[in-house]
Design a protein around this ligand. Structure first.
Ligand code: NAD
Ligand code: ZN
Length: 774
């Protein structure tokens, strides 16, 4: 038994060694990795753990005992004077603390001074300076022997050919060559355009550029370098060696070498952890990619006494950030139709965890963007989600292709209504569905927009409700797809549905099976926004809403997949537990009844918000407010000329024309009529009546105000006779605090200045202090 466990482990060990060696060859020798760093690190870790348990498996040539990389035969071999090492990685602050703890124990010194440095994600370089002159540059290779890239290195501006000041006889300077992130995207685009292979990330672009056969090619690339250590040193007569790591950096800076401005000398766990957090925050503001923070014991005498393993020094640790870049399979490229009819392709991928959230969809913007990136359906792709930003498909892993990949073709007809798409050129060519009146996808999007904060701000009318009201079958299709993907579905009566063992059936058949398990599809209760305000409780009572819920203790589900109709949950990033799709009929769903109540209130929102809610092209909150302030009513706007409209501050000819064009379309007028009949406000009180309601008041607005940007909110105050101020003092009459207001509300409270919420802002503008109970 024990033996067979050992055999299984040995097989796994062999398998890991093979895969790691393959990955290393692709990464170091061909500058074209087939695994993401995160996947590589996982395999490498597992190998280390196995060898810890079974030391007999660790041979002298195991990847855990060596520095990855080799020498390409087209370069001359260079033997380094001192070995170039790798670093031992830690993947959590606890692990880092464990390392620090051990260092304190071994040295007998608590809170050792350490340098904290950014871990530049580039290519290691060894520069040999003799009597201050650059005589040789080499790659790391296997750590002992690297490739001679002197001619290439000489083309890099930040590598000095001569050092300034007092120099040693010989010194090996170690640094990292990188490809500036700002130049990377355009560089890759140019390669696609030229029919050349793309680089999956800046590190590989740096490696590929530095290892060119022709230095003239390297010279064309915007490479740069930072130094992060020294190797062999022969001091000679005049030069005295520094005794600390940071001392070396000062020396190197004095010589004219590029030292990282982010290095700091710190002591103590807390200070180091804070620095790591800081660097993590600023990660994307740097000109080079970093994949972590390196911590090094500063004292060189201690460094020497601690020594190194066969591949890494014991006196340093590399804390690695969670991966922001992963590899995943691009299963399909589909298209979606937006509110203005714009048709955009998006990638559907195997769900992966990246930067802390699960991702399975990423927009591809338009057909040109797909071409620029050079991705094919079926490709292994590099997916990136830097910090909190939107996931992006960066590039295909071209080396992983097997010929089954196919090109994406942009549809010529609308996927929602079948109408032929029209082209529109604004930089890239955008495709739009011209069937604005009847295209279900556009209707759904427009209805969801009516409820948006900047429009009529109707709680409960979001993407999910809009879809349930207008395209219930679409909502249901998503649930069927979720069943196929292995999620559970719970019906209103508590029945739990799951699709067991359908894995072998073709996808379409699985979908059909799932479809048959679900309750009958419903007919939409709403087919146009004109009828929105006529909805009654009895209309929505039986509307079925499917919504994903997470269940504790079950494996992580796929939120991105359901984003289509459940934006809020997606934003909340509730990724623990599996998704269970709940069927919630409206009797149980407070959401839709609440929505009706909210809609009643929304009817008296000011004209500007009604204008925003109409989805008129180019008419956003700012323009809408300017228009409403100048014209006061829908009728007046409609009767105005282009000239009259475009003289309004903040409204140009483009907006004026767009608005007047909008009024010429019959069904648009139908919407206005229907809304007016239902009681939606079509005129504001004339300006004079409210012009001085805020006279004598000094008002501070802080945080977000629905429907107003910063300037708009100020203008709304001043146009009513008030004074808008940016800072809170005793003279402040009132603070309006919206989301993100921060310290101003607190300050107001401490000064006894009244604070109202952003929801009361509208009342304040309309009725002054009395309207907000002050
Ligand atoms: N994707 C793949 O298939 C694949 C394959 C092999 C390696 N890798 C990646 O490479 C890593 C292993 O490579 P490695 O052995 O070069 O180790 P490493 O990149 O984790 O760390 C060592 C290197 O960091 C560099 N470095 C950057 N900033 C530094 C600083 N301030 N101080 C000191 N050194 C600094 C040095 O060049 C040093 O050689 C893996 O963790 C993985 O991320 C990926
Ligand atoms: Zn359409």
């Amino acid at each position: 038994m024990a033996n067979s466990t050992f055999e299984t482990t040995r097989d796994r060990h062999n398998d890991l060694v093979r895969r790691i060696e393959e990955a290393r060859a692709a990464y170091y020798d061909r500058d074209s990795p087939t695994l993401s760093d995160a996947d590589y690190d996982r395999l490498y870790r597992e190998l280390g753990e196995i060898e810890e348990r079974y030391p007999q498996l660790r041979g002298a040539d195991s990847p855990t005992a060596s520095v990855g990389g080799s020498v390409d035969s087209s370069f001359t071999e260079v033997r380094h004077l001192a070995q170039m090492m790798s670093l031992d990685d830690v993947f959590s602050l606890e692990e880092l603390a464990g390392w620090e703890e051990r260092m304190s124990q071994v040295t007998g010194i608590a809170d050792l001074p350490m340098t904290t440095e950014v871990k530049v994600d580039g290519l290691a370089i060894n520069l040999l300076y003799e009597e201050g002159r650059l005589v040789r540059a080499a790659t790391r290779g296997d750590g002992y022997v690297g490739e001679d890239i002197t001619a290439n290195a000489r083309t890099i501006a930040s590598i000095p050919k001569a050092l300034a000041g007092t120099v040693p006889r010989r010194v090996e300077v170690r640094g990292e060559v990188y490809f500036p992130v700002t130049a990377f995207a355009t560089f890759n685009e140019a390669r696609v355009a030229a029919g050349e292979k793309t680089f999956v990330n800046p590190r590989n672009a740096a490696a590929g550029s530095l290892r060119q056969k022709d230095p003239a090619q390297t010279a064309k690339r915007p490479l740069s370098m930072v130094v992060h250590g020294v190797g062999f040193v022969e001091a000679g007569a005049d030069f005295t060696e520094p005794t600390t790591q940071h001392g070396w950096y000062e020396q190197m800076r004095a010589w004219g070498l590029p030292v990282s401005p982010y290095t700091k000398l710190l002591a103590g766990r807390k200070a180091i952890e804070e620095r790591i957090a800081q660097i993590g925050q600023a990660r994307h503001d740097l000109d080079h990619e970093i994949d972590g923070v390196v911590v090094k014991i500063d004292d060189l005498a201690l460094q020497r006494s601690l020594g190194a393993t066969s591949r890494a020094p014991r006196w340093a640790a590399a804390y690695k950030f969670p991966p922001e870049e992963v590899h995943t399979r691009l299963l399909d490229i589909r298209v979606q139709v937006g509110r203005t009819g714009r048709v955009t392709p998006y990638g559907v991928m195997d769900t992966v965890l990246v930067s802390g959230s699960n991702v399975s969809r990423a927009t591809l913007h338009n057909a040109q963007e797909v071409a620029r990136k050079g991705v094919l359906i079926g490709d292994l792709v590099v997916l990136r989600k830097a910090g909190d930003v939107i996931p992006e498909i960066v590039a295909p892993v071209e080396d992983a292709r097997n010929g089954s990949e196919r090109e994406f073709a942009m549809p010529t007809a609308c996927p929602s209504c079948g109408t032929l798409l029209v082209e529109e050129k604004e930089g890239d060519v955008d495709l739009r569905c011209p069937n604005k009146a009847a295209c279900p996808a556009q209707i759904t999007e427009r209805i969801a927009h009516i409820g948006a904060r900047s429009a009529l701000d109707i709680e409960g009318l979001g993407d999910e409700a809009a879809l349930a009201l207008t395209q219930p079958e679409n909502n249901r299709d998503q649930v069927a797809a979720a069943l196929v993907a292995g999620h559970a579905v719970v019906l209103e009566d508590g029945t739990r549905l799951e699709l067991a063992d359908a894995g072998d059936l073709p996808h379409a058949e699985q979908l059909a099976t799932a479809d048959a398990m679900l309750p009958e599809p419903q007919a939409p209760v709403l087919t146009a926004e004109s009828a929105l305000f006529d909805l009654r409780a009895e209309d929505v009572r039986d509307v079925m809403v499917w919504r994903p819920t997470t269940v504790k203790g079950e494996p992580t589900g796929d939120w991105a997949q359901v984003r289509y109709f459940w934006t809020k949950a997606h934003k909340a990033k509730r990724v623990k537990g599996a998704i269970v799709y709940e069927q919630v009929s409206s009797t149980a769903s407070k959401m839709l009844t609440q929505m009706l109540d909210e809609m009643e209130r929304a009817k008296s929102q000011p004209l500007a918000r009604v204008l925003v809610a109409l989805s008129i092209r180019h008419v956003g909150p700012t323009a809408a407010r300017a228009l409403a302030d100048a014209f006061h009513s829908m009728d007046a706007l409609r009767a105005a000329s282009v000239e009259e409209l475009s003289v309004v501050e903040g409204v140009g000819e483009v907006i004026a024309r767009s608005l007047l064009d909008w009024f010429t379309v019959d069904w648009h007028l139908g919407v206005l009529e229907a809304w007016a009949r239902a009681g939606v406000r079509m005129a504001d009180e004339p300006q004079q009546a409210i012009s001085d309601v805020l006279a004598g008041l000094t008002i501070v607005v802080s945080g977000a105000m629905p429907g107003y940007d910063r300037e708009g909110a100020k203008e709304a105050i001043t146009s009513r006779g008030g004074k808008a101020s940016g800072s809170v003092s005793k003279k402040t009459s009132l603070v309006v605090a919206g989301p993100g207001a921060g310290s101003k509300a607190a300050k107001a409270e401490s000064l006894g200045v009244p604070v109202i919420t952003e929801q009361q802002f509208g009342d304040l503008l309309e009725g002054g202090l009395a309207a907000v109970g002050l």
